[in-house]
Design a protein around this ligand. Structure first.
Ligand code: 4UV
Length: 567
């Protein structure tokens, strides 16, 4: 059964992101309105600053690097208020932005630089050695590495981002003409339903649509000046200014990129940027800035429920909090509300959907607690019987549709569904049908109020604290260890951390000569980013369960893990 969103369809403009955000005629807030503020230094960029720096940076790219439409700029950095001008400047110059986790090892970042065909890389000074080495392996010269942060490079080999802006000030270029539905604005990396990370091509139209879909989902509750009177949950008195968002999620992940680095420029909500979450600083900033809204992930919710430090702060300014990127139990949401009076709703989406698909509502927060909320406007959904399509074309295999309340795989269709995987038509065909239906790889059901419950996944993906951990990538590393002949990685849920953690099952060449597990752990940890470490441990097994075509039976391994935990 195909279900349409209960919201009326929006009239979605086909326009590039720069024009959409900076040239719109119905903007209510002035250029001088503060949009991004650094949580630690209080350095602030107004809307006008972001636009000016973006244009300067874009012109600098064109004059300095002969920037052409479609060129890719990669950013490997924690969240920083200098990132939005760089992102919008790259888009202004007709480029595509590819964000990368700064915790990546040289091997991981090299893969993304190579696959995306990046021409330039932006990074923070603290990460320069890793990025430089990775650039060396893919042939990007030092003078195509641009540095963020206060420290300037004295060798002149790297460009500081402000020097690129300075170069832009002196030059005259017009913004590039773009095809919003076909030109890629972002290339973010996701493992999708199977295999290693792939570049998810998100067009300008995908992103602008999702920004507008989100505004409706928040029912225009978020306000820049505190003047609206129709909000579901009033601003705390005195209403000094409007809402304030605390941005503690990384801009390099699609969730933070959309809701924290882009959407505030549309809504005008002042966003306080915290580059690295720690519970004390988060609480201090909520108290200091009277934060009214924060986007979080389930492990942060766990801190709010349990951490002793939290109750020593005044967090009463928080009107709403949204958790997403991984499952969250109703029990934990209720604990937080009971302890602190903080409301938590949930959102659900994927890199491939720009990302938001479902959002909890403000007005029915208490009724819908624990669900992922309702479908955003302009979207259609169907719940289908899960099917194995690893060898085929999503259009050829027609899955059986299920009814309301039945549990199955979620398929969605709408303006924020991606264009396909970069340079990988096979992977695209496995999940995106020719008539636009995208299979998410997530399993769930929809209740009679239209709210979504995610209950499982049919795809391989593991989520550690909201970050993607692709099992196939980890398995690829493990078989390189001397003595390992086969392996499989699964996610197991760790209740104390409120997240999945990866666990490896390993077959050794000679069962009579056991592997040194600690050595394997050390060796493995040096090859992967922190979030991919095998925190669920390594287990030696005689064989990996597989079906007749050699596909790993991960469900059997999950059953083994469950039996072990219950023993
Ligand atoms: O591709 P990705 O890393 O993307 C994300 C996106 C998170 C979002 C998106 C919109 C929101 O409004 C929001 O609050 C959070 O994480 O990973 C996509 C996979 O993450 C799982 C699910 O398996 C997706 O396929 N996931 C995302 N949100 C949820 C979730 C959720 N609320 N509950 C359970 N799993």
């Amino acid at each position: 059964m195909v279900t349409k969103s209960r919201h009326s369809d929006l009239d979605l403009p086909s326009v590039d992101i720069f024009t959409f955000l900076f040239k719109r005629t119905n903007r209510k807030f002035p250029d001088s309105h503060p949009i991004f503020r650094d949580g630690l230094t209080d350095k602030t960029y107004t809307f006008g600053d972001v636009q000016q720096f973006a244009e300067d940076f874009g012109k600098g790219l064109r004059s300095q690097y002969d920037w052409q439409k479609g060129d890719v700029l990669a950013i490997s950095s924690l969240s920083d208020i200098d990132m939005p001008p760089i992102i919008f400047g790259t888009l202004w110059a007709g480029g595509t932005v590819s964000t990368a986790n700064p915790g990546y090892t040289v091997r991981e970042i090299s893969h993304q630089l190579q696959d995306s065909g990046a021409k330039c890389v932006v990074t923070h000074y603290s990460n320069i050695e890793t990025v430089k080495e990775a650039c060396g392996t893919v042939g990007i010269a030092d003078d195509h590495i641009i540095i963020l942060g206060d420290k300037k490079d004295s060798t002149g080999r790297f460009k500081h981002w402000t020097s690129v802006c300075d170069l832009g000030k002196a030059t005259r270029f017009a913004a590039q003409k773009l095809d919003p539905k076909n030109d890629a604005a972002f290339l973010v990396y996701s493992s999708g339903t199977t295999g290693k990370p792939k570049g998810v091509k998100l067009s300008h139209y995908n992103i602008t649509s999702n920004v507008l879909q989100l505004q409706v989902a928040e029912r225009f509750n978020l306000t820049w000046d505190g003047s609206q009177t129709t909000r579901d949950i009033p601003l705390p008195e005195p209403r000094t200014g409007g809402d304030k968002i605390l941005a503690c999620l990384p801009f390099f992940h699609i969730y933070g990129l959309n809701v924290l680095a882009l959407s505030p420029l549309y809504s005008g909500v002042t966003t306080i940027v915290l580059s690295r979450f720690d519970v004390d600083t988060w609480c201090q900033l909520v108290q200091k800035h009277k934060i009214t809204y924060s986007y979080v992930v389930p492990p942060i919710v766990l801190y709010l429920a349990k951490h002793p430090t939290v109750s020593s702060y005044d967090l009463s300014s928080l009107r709403m909090t949204q958790s997403g990127a991984a499952p969250l139990t109703r029990e934990l949401i209720e604990q937080v509300y009971k302890r602190l009076g903080i409301r938590i709703k949930q959102g659900y989406g994927l890199s491939e959907t720009s990302p938001c698909l479902y959002q909890g509502a403000w007005d029915s927060w208490d009724v819908d607690i624990g669900t992922c909320g309702a479908l955003l406007p302009n979207l259609m959904v169907k719940i289908c019987e899960p099917f194995d399509n690893s060898s085929g074309d999503a259009a050829a295999a027609i899955p059986r549709e299920l009814g309301l309340g039945e549990t199955g795989e979620l398929h969605v269709k709408g303006p924020n569904v991606f264009e396909g995987y970069h340079g990988n038509p096979k992977a695209t065909a496995e999940c995106l049908s020719s008539d636009g239906w995208f299979r998410t790889g997530d399993v769930g059901y929809i209740n009679e109020r239209g709210n979504l419950f995610i209950t499982d996944r049919v795809k391989e993906l593991i989520k550690y604290k909201g970050f993607q951990v692709p099992p196939a990538e980890l398995e690829g590393y493990l078989v390189d260890f001397p003595g390992v002949v086969d392996c499989a990685v699964i996610g197991i849920y760790n209740k104390e951390l409120a997240t999945e953690v990866p666990r490896a099952y390993v077959v050794t060449e000679n069962p009579l000569k056991p592997l040194d597990i600690q050595e394997l752990q050390r060796w493995f940890s040096s090859r992967v980013a922190n979030h991919k470490k095998l925190r669920g441990g390594i287990r030696l097994v005689e064989q990996i369960p597989k079906n007749s075509s050699g596909k790993i039976l991960r469900k059997d391994l999950k059953a083994m893990a469950l039996a072990e935990s219950e023993a």
